[in-house]
Design a protein around this ligand. Structure first.
Ligand code: GDP
Ligand code: IMO
Ligand code: MG
Length: 425
């Protein structure tokens, strides 16, 4: 029995979807605990590609039950589209998808307010999925939950109350057209039948599953450096992707967590604004983007690319309590004759001992690099660690030692079969 939290160790898009799909074979339940349809988790099986935004990436295994926890913010329409897509592709999901009654709903005004705030000066570069405004309402105790869909009267009351405030804001502050209350009530009142079969008391379900000896994998979205508390604030998302969020976002207590699996991309990417010390704004960055196909799975935006940052990874491993790591996209580095790894930061000529606490300082640091030789050969067919070139093994040893983590999986391509599982796993 294990209760594993799987987290992104950088700024998201580390390849969590692929690794969750691989690990799901050994788990009974896969749970999303935070974020919403801002996530885009890709799974490639042969030439077929799936991108999940809300449904946990374990869904392609028919023995796995997938759960959306209370910490997730749910865009009902996006969720129903994903369910439809799976059904059309022959996946049976009835009885295998459970949604917490306490998950909050993304409403049309959340998306609108997200886009308005992104058109101003204090832009973050969000995904535009209404994530920030929805979490604002949750913490302001005004949110509308999944369970509210089942009581039409209560739902209408809550929508009206919220829209009074939002329309006032839209009209008098942003000078925009007001939203149509009746239309939104009508749209959301119609979701009950489609969503009802999935609504569940999730903490009860998960804790019973643990008592029965079932194994649970908790699938983080985004990454540690996008965490609202521990990330590069304010250039973060509005939830806690770090491992601590897995407890509050599901109702599984900390004493039940057995291990934390960190997903680490072999270089670094980031979408949206914010500090990125190892970013490469030159040909090398462009080469990483092209070879790594670094375009957002949710918005299609080009991802910013740079060398691996072991100093950042060490911080990430510490705040997440990472026990094992899957390193992904190692094959992308096959095309470089030398590979740099950041091992520390310098600020005003002084080496920093700890990861900077503010985005302002992180903007100013200078990365200290070690240069390693590349291997320049195809590693996508490697089936074991021993088959990897010496330079590849040296790179893996170096980064593990600098960041202070232990490898469990090496991913050498986007497909399921392009994966090396190490003996210690
Ligand atoms: P996630 O959000 O962490 O699930 O990651 P994304 O799906 O947004 O982005 C990861 C991208 O890299 C996807 O297009 C994956 O298909 C792809 N990918 C995952 N692992 C590997 C790998 O080892 N090598 C290569 N070349 N691509 C990979
Ligand atoms: P997955 O789960 C990469 C980024 C956005 C923006 C910031 C805030 O696929 O790794 P938001 O819409 O959440 O308010 O945007 O966070 N961001 C992601 N970047 N991967 C993601 O998810 C992301 N989800 C949000 O680009 O910088
Ligand atoms: Mg992604």
């Amino acid at each position: 029995m294990s209760v594993t939290v799987l987290v992104g160790s950088q700024w998201g898009d580390e390849g969590k979807g692929k690794v969750v799909d691989i690990l799901s074979e050994h788990y009974d339940v896969v749970v999303r605990y935070q974020g919403g349809a801002n996530a885009g988790h890709t799974i490639k099986i042969g030439e077929k590609q799936f991108i999940f935004h809300l449904i946990p990436s374990g869904i392609l295994h028919d023995n796995v039950t997938c759960v959306i926890g209370n910490g997730v913010v749910v865009d009902t329409k996006a969720l129903l589209d994903e369910i439809d897509f799976l059904k059309k592709n022959g996946y049976e999901i009835e009885g295998r998808l459970l949604i917490s009654q306490n998950a909050h709903l993304i409403m049309p005004y959340h998306k609108l307010l997200d886009s308005i705030s992104e058109s101003g000066e204090n832009k973050i570069g969000t995904t535009g999925r209404g994530i920030g405004p929805c979490y604002i309402d949750k913490y302001a105790r005004k949110g509308i939950k999944i369970i509210d869909l089942l009581d039409k009267e209560e739902l209408a009351k809550k929508i009206k109350r919220n829209l009074e405030e939002k329309n006032n804001l839209l009209k008098n502050v942003y000078h925009r057209e007001e939203l149509d209350v009746d239309k939104i009530i009508e749209e959301y009142s119609a979701f009950d039948e489609a969503i009802d079969p999935y609504i569940t008391d999730v903490p009860n379900y998960l804790n019973r599953a643990i008592e029965e000896g079932k194994s649970i994998l908790m699938e983080g979205a985004q990454g540690a450096l996008l965490d609202v508390d521990h990330g590069t604030y304010p250039y973060v998302t509005s939830s806690n992707p770090t491992s601590g969020g897995a407890c509050t976002g599901t109702g599984i207590p900390p004493t039940k967590i057995t291990d934390v699996f960190g997903i680490v991309k072999a270089y670094t990417t980031r979408v949206g604004l914010g500090p990125f010390p190892t970013e490469l704004l030159d040909e090398t960055g462009e080469k990483l983007r092209t070879i790594g196909a670094e375009y957002g799975a949710t918005t299609g935006r080009p991802r910013r690319c740079g060398w691996s940052d072991a100093f950042l990874l060490k911080y990430s491993a510490t705040i997440n309590g990472i026990s094992k790591v899957a390193i992904t996209k190692l094959d992308v580095l096959s095309h470089f004759d030398e590979i740099k790894v950041c091992v520390g930061y310098e600020l005003n000529g002084k080496k920093l001992n700890t990861f900077p606490a503010t985005a302002g300082i992180l903007e100013k640091v200078k990365p200290i690099y070690e240069t390693l030789p590349g291997w320049q050969q195809d590693i996508t067919k490697a089936k074991s660690y021993d088959e990897l070139p010496t330079e590849t093994k040296d790179y893996l040893k170096f980064i593990s030692q600098q960041a202070g983590f232990e490898l469990g999986i090496i991913s050498v391509g986007p497909r399921r079969r392009e994966t090396i599982i190490l003996d210690n796993l």
